[in-house]
Ligand binder design. Structure first.
Ligand SMILES: Cc1cc2nc3c(=O)[nH]c(=O)nc-3n(C[C@H](O)[C@H](O)[C@H](O)COP(=O)(O)OP(=O)(O)OC[C@H]3O[C@@H](n4cnc5c(N)ncnc54)[C@H](O)[C@@H]3O)c2cc1C
Length: 456
């Protein structure tokens, strides 16, 4: 098997590099190798009935397969350089923004027409945030919603299928450097290419680490974000979410001067389990479809932990804390804010008596036994700060699910073309450590495809 370009991973990074290559250089022979299933076969066996918890499938249908980790996500494409990655450090802010807008146009023309674009430009919330020691980050956000996001992926696949060779359920084991290109090994087979784009995302982080080690590509890693997912009646945040949909708000804690931030806001959404390498953490979704909307809004409150030498395993630290919650709760733990403040665990009865109906069946428990004091203090401080701009946030019945962990891939050393020290070997998307979001990952794919198109 010989290709001009092989892409490893069919998440947004891989999809958009393939898309751009087929537009700019339709004559190139392109293949995508993906560890997970094709889109229609992606189904998590947890049904809440027969299968209640993760059974450790060979590849996780939520994180892997066509569409990558974002396939069942809320499909929030944030167009901003303020968060979601540091692509702008490599390609400049203007170009990064332009590419994110280009990705948005493609999404809109592939099923996303009619979805709403929100923006922080000109909002009054900026002022009220400032008056309460909170900072509202600038962004425009296209909210596709889980359902439309899926439709867009279906359309992109249909368009790519005749032009690109897809190999699903085919994890790439090894990457070999040849004199004039690259050889990828999968099972007992191999395929050669002139250029290789690695886009393995978060689920491929351990693989990426091994490959970088084998090929002596320098990396660095020092960050993990840890926190909880907050769930409350949607009406409490409606004035913010109706105007901005997703507001990224940062609070600097008084006690430790740590930054706590809101992350992944899901108005009228649901809280869900997430499986990262067998560890169950929490996340959230929301839907465009009116019928699927709930009466709750959820969002994460995360504290960034940066480590310095000699400690290097920031993800291991996050995993350790998530494992602790899994050990105590058999999965995700839920606690009422009032119980947390009174220093007692929540139990089923108190949750049922509360006014907020949980959208995830989690185990009632005590988050103070799981989260380090410094992190929990920061979260509590921020809940009270948010209560000033959205009164009711600090109500006793507000639910906190833990733990939410945002793992960061180690950063791969790349040049301004997102190319490694090997000419023609590119690393993009979340697997590179450069991006942490749908729009940045997709934009990095377009960018590298353009570089390759110019060269070939
Ligand atoms: C539940 C959830 C909700 C999210 N919601 C949002 C959101 O609303 N907005 C937002 O901006 N971001 C969101 N994110 C993050 C977003 O999904 C990622 O930033 C984005 O998917 C990264 O794209 P990627 O292509 O770099 O990697 P991924 O999407 O992770 O794709 C990588 C692909 O590579 C494959 N792979 C890995 N290793 C190998 C290998 N060895 N061989 C072959 N294939 C391999 C994987 O199976 C996977 O399909 C969410 C993430 C999750 C999990």
């Amino acid at each position: 098997m010989k290709y001009d370009v092989i892409i490893i991973g069919a998440g947004p990074g891989g999809i958009f590099s393939a898309y751009e290559l087929t537009k700019k250089k339709p004559e190139l022979k392109v293949a995508i190798f993906e560890a997970g299933h094709s889109l229609e076969k992606r189904r998590c066996p947890i049904d809440g009935d027969k299968v209640k918890t993760c059974i450790g499938c060979k590849t996780c249908a939520i994180m892997s397969g066509f569409g990558g980790a974002g396939a069942f996500s809320d499909g929030k494409y944030n167009i901003t350089n303020d968060f979601g990655g540091t692509l702008y450090e490599y390609i400049g802010k203007e170009k990064a923004t332009r590419l994110m807008k280009y990705v948005d146009e493609i999404n809109v023309s592939h099923g996303g027409e009619g979805t709403k674009m929100y923006s922080t430009a000109g909002t009054d919330f900026k002022k009220s945030c400032m008056q309460n020691k909170l900072t509202l980050l600038e962004a425009s956000v296209r909210h596709l919603g889980t359902d439309i996001n899926y439709v867009v992926l279906e359309h992109l696949y249909d368009e790519l299928k005749p032009q690109v060779d897809f190999f699903f359920d085919t994890p790439v084991d090894r990457l070999e450097i040849l004199k004039d290109g690259y050889r990828i090994h999968f099972g007992d087979n191999s395929a050669d290419c002139r250029k290789c784009i690695v886009s393995v995302g978060r689920s491929g982080s351990k693989w990426m680490e091994r490959v970088c080690g084998e090929l002596s590509i320098p990396t660095k890693s020092n960050r993990v974000d840890i926190g909880v997912r907050v769930e409350l009646p949607a009406v409490i945040f409606a004035h913010l979410t109706d105007e901005l949909y997703e507001s990224k708000i940062v609070y600097r804690t008084e006690k430790f001067e740590d930054n706590v931030r809101t992350f992944c806001m899901n108005p009228y959404g649901i809280v869900v389990n997430e499986n990262t390498n067998g560890i169950i953490t929490v996340n959230g979704h929301s839907f465009e479809d009116e019928e699927k909307k709930t009466e709750n809004t959820n969002f994460a409150l995360l504290v960034a932990k940066h480590f310095s030498e000699p400690f290097k395993d920031s993800n291991g630290y996050g995993e350790g804390i998530a494992r602790l919650s899994n050990m105590l709760g058999g999965g995700v733990i839920v606690q009422r804010f009032g119980d947390l403040e009174r220093g007692r665990r929540s139990n089923q009865k108190r949750i049922e008596e509360g006014t907020v109906r949980p959208t995830l069946a989690a185990t009632p428990g005590d988050l103070s036994l799981v989260l380090p004091n410094r992190i929990l203090d920061g979260i509590v401080e921020m809940i009270y700060a948010l209560d000033k701009i959205a009164p009711g946030t600090a109500n006793d019945d507000t639910l906190l699910y833990g733990v939410e962990v945002k793992f960061y891939n180690m950063e791969v050393e790349l040049d301004k073309n997102l190319e490694t020290r090997y000419k023609g070997l590119y690393v993009i998307g979340d697997g590179s450590g450069v991006t942490h979001s749908l729009s940045h990952a997709s934009a990095s794919g377009v960018y590298v495809a353009d570089r390759i198109s110019e060269e070939m």
